[in-house]
Ligand binder design. Structure first.
Ligand code: HAM
Length: 452
């Protein structure tokens, strides 16, 4: 093979790793979800599924990768998400692909592509999955994060906006969270928003030197975002800016009024937030966010939203479908779990292992494996360490797991059909007939539970 060709072939090969020890780390802003965290994730996912069913939402899963243009058109080319935060790459066919930074645009694409508009409307959908944003990682902010989300497509009524807020609030409550607040606003529509933008730009004229560099640029590209800049000097100016709510057209005004009245009827507490504008361009009319209550001494800027959403009446049309009003929200699962752990909320499925099964010798190990199955079928979680030989090292594992009972099966017991039951608290050991051990353990665990 000519030399130049050989070089070309090697070009796309991964570099040959040297033999010295290397250590890999998870990609910046991503993290592993370890076994001990899984009960929280299961609890969140189970609760979302249960509530989705109660409100008759159907599950939808869309691909993690989408045509980049879906987000450029859907989320908005001048948003932070599209300008700075997307993981975008060219595939081998030269198409621009992005890891989804959010799921609403993808769902709208699926709605159009699969003819879901032909199904009985409104169409109520929910999802759970990872999203990706190339942001600076910090507490509660990751580059890969997970959301649960709900969307109602083909629904113009303010009742749907209120139902979305109700569903979000009920999920958080079902997870045990009670200290959160709901902020709500209206960003108007294509009729009233342009005039408001002009009013806003006029307000900032002559004060631009007092804005942060981002806002100076945003004033030209996306002036609404000046209202929710986290910089203190920008916030001071935003506080005195004309409120969007005062510029709403009659339809948007009435819509907001009805949403608020519905929320009152449902006894959902909310606060009107004139500066809430959201970071995605597809919103029309209602927007809302859910925030954890501020803890003592916590600064405003250090807070992170648990979830957010709103109405997006133009998105289906903007992505090539028939005009279809829609509303939805999503919550960040990492942030919800963080809030749960900070509030010391334990998922009910966080079942502690109460029994350890130790064995000594070949025959005992074989019997232990059968016994393990017996326990499992009876709903008792048993831990073991079949690969460890010595009793001492197995008891050490039992100790570290903090189990209440340890079962010891030696050669003698294996032959005689018995087993030793050791109470880890008192250290007392009893010889029990192996046929009776499952019932005996069940009885004792029940007794311990009643004591707690
Ligand atoms: P979003 O406000 O961009 O809205 O994201 C919703 C939630 O996802 C946030 O409130 C937060 O909890 C979580 N989240 C966002 N970025 C990160 C991150 N980098 N790390 C951890 N969690 C994060 C949307 O995504 C819209 N699609 C919501 C929607 C649905 N609007 C209508 N339908």
């Amino acid at each position: 093979m000519p030399r130049s060709k050989k070089q070309n072939l090697n070009k796309d090969k991964p570099p040959i790793l040297s033999r010295r020890r290397i250590s890999f780390q998870a990609v910046k802003g991503t993290k592993d979800i370890l076994p001990e965290e899984q009960p929280y994730w299961d609890f969140v996912r189970d609760t979302v599924r249960k509530i989705a069913l109660e409100y008759s939402f159907g599950r939808i899963d869309t691909p993690i990768i989408e045509d980049t243009n879906i987000f450029v058109r859907g989320v908005g080319s001048k948003t932070d998400i599209v300008e700075k935060e997307m993981f975008t790459f060219k595939d081998r066919g030269g198409n621009s692909i992005s890891l989804r930074p959010e799921n609403t645009a993808g769902i709208v694409r699926a709605y159009i592509e699969n003819g879901l508009a032909n199904k009985p409307q409104p169409l109520k959908l929910y999802y759970l999955g990872s999203m990706f944003r190339y942001d600076q990682p910090q507490k509660g902010r990751f580059r890969e994060f997970h959301q649960f989300g709900f969307e109602i497509l083909g629904a113009a009524s303010p009742a749907s906006d209120a139902q979305m807020i109700l569903v979000a609030s009920n999920i958080l409550k079902a997870l045990g969270l009670s200290h959160f607040s709901i902020k709500i606003n209206s960003v108007g529509c294509t009729l009233c928003r342009p005039a408001y933008k002009e009013t806003l730009v006029n307000y900032y004229q002559g004060q631009t030197s007092r804005l942060c560099t981002h806002c100076k640029r945003r004033l030209k590209t996306n002036p609404l975002r000046l209202l929710d800049c986290k910089e203190e000097k920008c916030q001071r100016l935003a506080n005195n800016a004309p409120a969007l709510i005062d510029s709403l057209c009659e339809e948007c005004h009435d819509h907001l009024k009805e949403v608020l009245e519905q929320l009152d009827e449902l006894q959902i507490v909310y606060s009107l937030s004139a500066r809430l504008v959201r970071g995605l361009d597809y919103y029309t009319k209602t927007v809302f966010e859910i925030w954890p209550e501020k803890t003592k001494g916590q600064e405003e800027g250090s807070q992170i939203a648990l979830g957010g959403g709103g109405r997006y009446d133009n998105l289906v049309k903007d992505l090539g479908g028939e005009a279809t009003p829609a509303v939805g929200f999503s919550c960040g699962i990492e942030r919800v779990i963080m809030q749960m752990t900070e509030s010391k909320i334990e998922p009910p499925s966080l079942r502690k292992i109460h029994v350890f099964l130790a064995q000594l010798g070949e025959l005992a190990r074989r019997k232990a494996l059968v016994l393990f199955e017996n326990f499992r079928q009876n709903g008792i979680i048993v831990s073991e360490s079949f690969s460890r030989g010595s009793l001492k090292s197995q008891l050490k594992v039992a100790d570290r797991l903090g189990v209440k009972l340890t079962l010891i099966l030696g050669q003698k017991e294996a032959l005689e059909g018995t087993i030793l039951l050791r109470d880890m608290e008192t250290g007392v050991q009893e010889l029990i007939n192996r046929d009776k051990i499952v019932g005996e353990v069940k009885k004792r665990l029940e007794k311990m539970r009643r004591k707690i």
